[in-house]
Every structure is written in structure tokens, then in C-alpha cells.
Design a protein around this ligand. Structure first.
Ligand SMILES: [Mg+2]
Length: 270
């Protein structure tokens, strides 16, 4: 029986230059591998050691990249190791099988959203009406499923985020602030639902997970064991739960530690 490893990508396994959080002297910094190029520039990194660990993990378990990124944003990432058979994009809205979206899964997700929460148009309109152009840089819709803003974090009023979260909750939506992005995502659109489906299809007898943000909480709770780094929304809220390991490492070194823990656990006889 295979073990299933579902991990968030951004700020869990891969890191932008701004998120590396390197604190050692430059001469002792780990060597970094660029795993994403965007508009001809390097964008995301992992340590060389993390790249080796991920390669081994891909051989030892069913590794499932589990991201809020759109399919297009996911597909420009070039992860080391064997190409994953399954991937989860758009926070569970798309389940990719050998790189192609599973249409049945997507139809089931759309039906559930139509039943259980306010439509995207209503949330978009609210965002457009209430967000201040002084601190909004971009407004985006992701895969026709959810919305996010790119903001000037220093200018963003904390109070506005709180009000948005309360407004959204009443309509069956969740708000997550990650770096320069504020996401508004339907509450029933979850990574864990898609991971359950992959566990069913693969017959996995153990599910491990990792993630750093509020949108990963359901994923971490649904797994048999899970890890979160010492940075990010969950760490900031000191969020924890049974079976969730809160690691002290921050930044790109947390990614390396997470992969070490995942691989060690997968290799432990059960
Ligand atoms: Mg993340």
C-alpha cells in the first residue's frame, strides 16, 4: 500500500527570494536550486538538499503537489524528482491526472459550490467596491473559482482584512492573507476534499501533509500526520492540532526540514 504525501508548494516547499529568510552569514548559505522561472526571471527556489529529498520522496511515496495556484501558475514550476501522477490546483478545484484536469472531479466541485456558498460574482463585486486603489496592485480571478488581490502589505489596513473575513464567512467563503496576496476562497473548495479523492483512487493507507497558510489547515487536519513551518499564517496564529507538528525552522530551511520529516516517516515500516 502506498503512502500519500500531499504538500502545499509556496512557502512550504518552494520559496521566492523575498521568502527565503536566510539568517546565516552569506558564505554559509545553502546552495539554492531555481524551480520556477516567470517572464524569463527566476522566481522560486528550494535548497539543493531539499531537491534531493524531494526526488527520494517521489520514488518512495505518491507525492501530490497541493496548491492554491491556478493550473497555469502550477505548470511553470519545475520540481525535481519523478513527474507526479496527481496534482491538486486551484485549492482543490482541479485535480490533475498526468497533467490533465479530471473533468468529473471539476464538475462535482462546481455543483457543490453552487449549492453551498455565495457566487464568485458577489464576492468580486464586494472586493471591487471596498478595496482601496491606494493599496491594491492587482485584482485577479483564479480559474473562475475564487478571487485574490495583490496588495501593498505595508499600506493594507488590518481592520479591512478582518471586516472582509467576517463578511465572507457569512457567505460561506474564507479569507487568507499570504505575503502580498489576499485570497477569498469558497469554504467548500478545499485541498483536503481533493486529497481524499486521490487517497481513494490510489488505496493509500497513510496520508501525510504539509502547509503554511490558513488554506492548508483542513489539509493538515485531514492527514494522519502533518507538518507546518515556523513562518506563515498558521505559525503567526500559533495554530496547532493533534497530529500536526509545528516546526521551528523558518523560510527555505523549513522546506528542507519538512521534506526530511516526510521522507523519514514514509520510510518507517508501518
Ligand atoms: Mg503556502
Amino acid at each position: 500500500m502506498p503512502a500519500l504525501v500531499a504538500s502545499d508548494l509556496d512557502r512550504t516547499l518552494i520559496y521566492s527570494a523575498a521568502a527565503l529568510a536566510l539568517t546565516m552569514p552569506d558564505a554559509r548559505a545553502p546552495r539554492l536550486l531555481c524551480v520556477e522561472v516567470h517572464e524569463s526571471r527566476p522566481l522560486s527556489y528550494m535548497t539543493e538538499t531539499a531537491a534531493e529529498l524531494l526526488t527520494d520522496l517521489g520514488d518512495a511515496a505518491v507525492f501530490v503537489p497541493t496548491t492554491t495556484r491556478t493550473r497555469k501558475q502550477y505548470q511553470r514550476i519545475n520540481l525535481p524528482g519523478p513527474p507526479p501522477r496527481f496534482a491538486i490546483c486551484a485549492n482543490g478545484g482541479h485535480l490533475l491526472v498526468d497533467g490533465e484536469t479530471d473533468r468529473d472531479w471539476h464538475a462535482r466541485v462546481l455543483a457543490r459550490l453552487a449549492d453551498e456558498c455565495a457566487p464568485l460574482s458577489e464576492v468580486r463585486e464586494h472586493l471591487l467596491r471596498t478595496a482601496d486603489p491606494v493599496w491594491v496592485r492587482k485584482q485577479r480571478v483564479a480559474d473562475d473559482l475564487f478571487a485574490y488581490l495583490v496588495v501593498e502589505r505595508e499600506l493594507l489596513p488590518e481592520e479591512w482584512v478582518k471586516e472582509l473575513a467576517a463578511w465572507a464567512e457569512n457567505r460561506g467563503w474564507t479569507v487568507s492573507l499570504q505575503g502580498r496576496k489576499i485570497y477569498a476562497v469558497p469554504a467548500p473548495l478545499t485541498k483536503s476534499a481533493a486529497v481524499h479523492e486521490i487517497a481513494r483512487r490510489t488505496g493509500a493507507d497513510l496520508t501525510l501533509a504539509a502547509g503554511d497558510s490558513l488554506l492548508d489547515a483542513d489539509l493538515l487536519l485531514a492527514a494522519d500526520r502533518s507538518w507546518r513551518p515556523g513562518h506563515g499564517e498558521l505559525a503567526d496564529a500559533a495554530w496547532t492540532a493533534p497530529g500536526v507538528h509545528a516546526l521551528p525552522e523558518r523560510g527555505v530551511l523549513a522546506g528542507e526540514r519538512i521534506l526530511r520529516e516526510l521522507l523519514r516517516t514514509v520510510r518507517t515500516p508501518r
